[in-house]
Design a binder for this molecule. Structure first.
Ligand SMILES: NC(=O)c1ccc[n+]([C@@H]2O[C@H](COP(=O)([O-])OP(=O)(O)OC[C@H]3O[C@@H](n4cnc5c(N)ncnc54)[C@H](O)[C@@H]3O)[C@@H](O)[C@H]2O)c1
Length: 340
């Protein structure tokens, strides 16, 4: 067996514990160093995961440790500087979503890693959730024929602001933070988008940005899809963080319903089965499906690094998802459809 990959992680905040647990589950990978500008968070995370090489300066960490890859788990404001730092050190990098605040930053980050000749993956984990993988498999097998209509939906009243208070403070909220995942799933299931028409609104008066968004997608191949997101929707049973999917195809249909129930109608009739994500030993409800997808995407990264293959959610790929986010905000602001 090849020697374990030596990784370093930057950003010991709310979500990083999931990355660290998942790295620990991968036999051929070890996180050997941590970095955070907040010394208390750094020390606590080092103690929790038994990692003793701790740095408050990412440049110093990369120069000293010379890791096989760096996992950037900070918020968006620091991403460009940290990805460009990784490029200067020629270290393959994973970067959390949202990848970049502006298209210029995103292009510059991708160009820097290309010029350095090292791989870059955006930690776009939603398409790696077990129920979404099950939907992808039904489509791939051709069971419902050619899709002609779809809906990818995330509606909830879960208090995300408790764990991530910064989400209440930004001028933009739901498309940038959550819609980006749901739009990425739509791209992954239905292909590239030619045009977007979007409507947004803010229902919760305690936050700055929009918490409801509806996007109508005209896909390049003529398919029509709806992506809708809300953090202002109170339902009988809170579905967070389930993404629901409806697809109509020329030979059948599928419905991924709340409770992780997938119904496929094909030439043989209707079949409903559970596609619930497993509960990993370190995971907890209701985040367990997300946590399982973190393990799946990190496993994919290791396979890609070892084989030299580009990750499915490479920096280049994510430019298309970011373009959808940008076009959605432009459409919501102008009222007009926008090229994506
Ligand atoms: N993919 C998902 O399912 C998912 C879920 C939640 C959060 N996220 C994303 O994860 C990212 C992190 O979110 P969070 O809630 O953990 O944020 P957080 O604010 O809790 O943690 C970020 C950490 O990064 C540190 N940091 C910032 N700049 C740094 C720098 N230059 N060098 C070293 N450390 C630095 C901060 O001190 C902080 O400890 C966000 O971009 C968020 O959108 C993704």
């Amino acid at each position: 067996m090849a020697a374990p990959l030596r990784g370093a992680l930057i950003g010991c905040g709310f979500f990083a514990a999931n990355h660290l647990h998942a790295w620990r589950d991968l036999d051929d990978t070890a996180i050997v160093a941590l970095c955070d500008t907040d010394p208390a968070r750094l020390a606590a995370t080092g103690a929790a995961f038994g990692i003793s090489a701790l740095y408050e300066d990412a440049g110093k960490m990369l120069a000293t440790e010379r890791p096989d890859f760096v996992d950037i788990a900070t918020t968006v404001g620091s991403h460009r500087a940290l990805v460009e730092l990784a490029a200067r050190h020629r270290v393959p990098a994973i970067c959390q979503k949202p990848f970049a605040a502006t298209p210029q930053d995103a292009e510059a980050m991708v160009a820097a890693m290309d010029a350095a000749g090292v791989p870059l993956m955006v930690h776009e984990n939603f398409r790696w959730q077990a129920p979404i993988l099950a939907v992808r498999e039904v489509l791939r097998a051709g069971r419902i024929g050619t899709p002609f209509w779809g809906r990818v939906s995330f509606r909830s009243a879960y208090d995300v602001f408790a764990g991530q208070p910064y989400l209440a403070e930004g001028e933009r909220f739901i498309i940038e933070d959550l819609g980006i995942h749901i739009l990425d799933i739509a791209r992954c299931l239905f292909g590239e988008v030619a045009r977007v028409t979007a409507r947004t609104r803010r229902v919760n008066p305690a936050i700055r940005g929009e918490d409801v968004a509806t996007m109508l997608l005209d896909h390049a191949d003529g398919m029509t899809a709806i992506v809708d997101c809300s953090y202002a929707t109170r339902l009988e049973t809170e579905p967070f963080p389930e993404t629901l999917v409806e697809i109509d195809g020329t030979a059948g249909s599928l419905r991924l319903a709340q409770g992780y129930r997938l119904t496929v109608v094909d030439a043989h009739g209707a079949e409903t089965r559970s596609v619930a994500p497993p509960l990993l030993p370190w995971a907890a409800h209701p985040w367990h499906g997300i946590q399982h997808s973190v393990l799946a995407i990190q496993r994919h990264w290791v396979e890609c690094l070892r084989s030299g293959r580009a990750p499915d959610t490479s920096g280049h790929d994510n430019l298309r998802t970011l373009a959808l986010v940008r076009a959605s905000y432009q459409s919501a602001a102008t009222g007009a459809p926008q090229p994506a």
